[in-house]
Design a protein around this ligand. Structure first.
Ligand SMILES: Cc1cc2nc3c(=O)[nH]c(=O)nc-3n(C[C@H](O)[C@H](O)[C@H](O)COP(=O)(O)OP(=O)(O)OC[C@H]3O[C@@H](n4cnc5c(N)ncnc54)[C@H](O)[C@@H]3O)c2cc1C
Length: 324
């Protein structure tokens, strides 16, 4: 099997890349995903989000004991299906803070300032509310649907926002607009009441392109390297067979924050000491691989509610405690 591009991992990044690269009919693209198809019913139901944790579509990692967390091991969910974490995440549409992008640009990463990336955010979204309310920051022609949770909204949500404002936090209905700080309701990647994963938005509409091949249950185990150049990959199929695919142009790693560096290291690219300790032949010393992971800490606050029909929900934190 030879393709122009091989993309490893059909998560948020991989699905977009598969769409954009295969838009050129003269290029052939192979997309490999370790997980299976995203057919699990709970993926589609926004309120069933926490049911995906520890399920067949979750890698279900645990950290090493964390000294700063009283040596607890923390649960690390990661999506393992078409759409990757976008098929199992909380669906909040959050672009991130403008200052982070500007910082990356200031460090020398050309093209990464917020002004540089803003057109791509706008191009990729179909925002049901803010394309009209805040057109300098939002688009309505892209594949990814963004909306408030319009089907059901607990009155507690608005009461919470109101109480934030009363304590002096400024109201900010569009935290993806000019200013991120403030209080407001989440915008979600939901369409017609169902999760709109990156697979639904970017991959499924183009699956009929003859130049795009998607293989699920394909766990890539090795990047093939010849004379300092990635020439292809080795992967294990659902039938436990080892296969190879070759790339004329590029092998693209989009296997997520944990698996992309892992795959580089398995292929001999990384910090020499770590590779040698694991008995892996060094192909290229690259000390930063597998280092400097930045995670965002998430903690939920659950409380019993006296209002009829509003039961306490399981937060990510709660499910963590249950398992850990
Ligand atoms: C529980 C949870 C909730 C979250 N909530 C939000 C939220 O509300 N809003 C938000 O903006 N972000 C949220 N995120 C973060 C967001 O979903 C991720 O940052 C984003 O999806 C990561 O995209 P990615 O392409 O880097 O990786 P992923 O989407 O993780 O994709 C990686 C893909 O590669 C596959 N893969 C891995 N290794 C291999 C291999 N060796 N061979 C083949 N395939 C492989 C994986 O199975 C996966 O499908 C959440 C994340 C989690 C885990």
């Amino acid at each position: 099997m030879t393709f122009d591009y091989i993309i490893v991992g059909a998560g948020s990044a991989g699905c977009v890349l598969a769409n954009r690269l295969s838009a050129n009919p003269s290029l052939s693209v192979l997309l490999l995903e370790a997980g299976g198809p995203d057919t699990k019913m709970e993926i589609r139901i926004p309120a069933a989000y926490t049911k995906l944790h520890g399920s067949s579509v979750d890698w279900g990692f645990w950290t090493e004991p964390q000294a700063a967390l009283n040596n607890r091991r923390m649960y690390q969910p990661r999506g393992k299906t078409l759409g990757g974490c976008s098929s199992t995440n909380a669906m909040a549409y959050v672009r991130g803070n403008r200052l982070d992008y500007d910082d990356w640009a200031a460090l020398g990463n050309k093209g990464w300032s917020y002004q540089d990336v803003l057109p791509y955010f706008m191009r990729s979204e179909h925002n049901e509310q803010y394309a009209q309310l805040d057109p300098d920051y939002h688009g309505n022609t892209g594949p990814l649907n963004v909306t408030y949770a319009t089907g059901f909204q607990t009155p507690l949500a608005n009461a919470f926002v109101k109480s934030c404002i009363e304590t002096g936090i400024p109201a900010n209905p569009d935290y993806n607009g000019a200013q991120q700080a403030g209080t407001g309701l989440f915008q979600f990647t939901i369409k017609d009441g169902q999760r709109h994963s990156v697979a639904s938005a970017f991959l499924k509409p183009v699956l009929n392109r003859p130049n795009l091949k998607v293989i699920t249950h394909a766990h890539t185990t090795q990047i093939l390297i010849e004379q300092d150049r990635a020439t292809g990959v080795e992967f294990i199929t659902g039938k436990n067979r080892t296969e190879q695919a070759l790339a004329r142009k590029e092998v693209i790693l989009s296997a997520g924050a944990f698996h992309s560096p892992q795959l580089l290291m398995l292929s001999g690219i990384g910090p020499v000491d770590s590779l040698r300790a694991a008995g892996i032949a060094v192909k290229r010393e690259l000390p930063g691989v597998g280092q400097n992971l930045q995670d965002h800490v998430f903690t939920g606050v659950s409380s019993l509610c006296s209002q009829r029909g509003h039961r306490p929900i399981f937060t990510l934190n709660r499910s963590t405690n249950l398992k850990g």
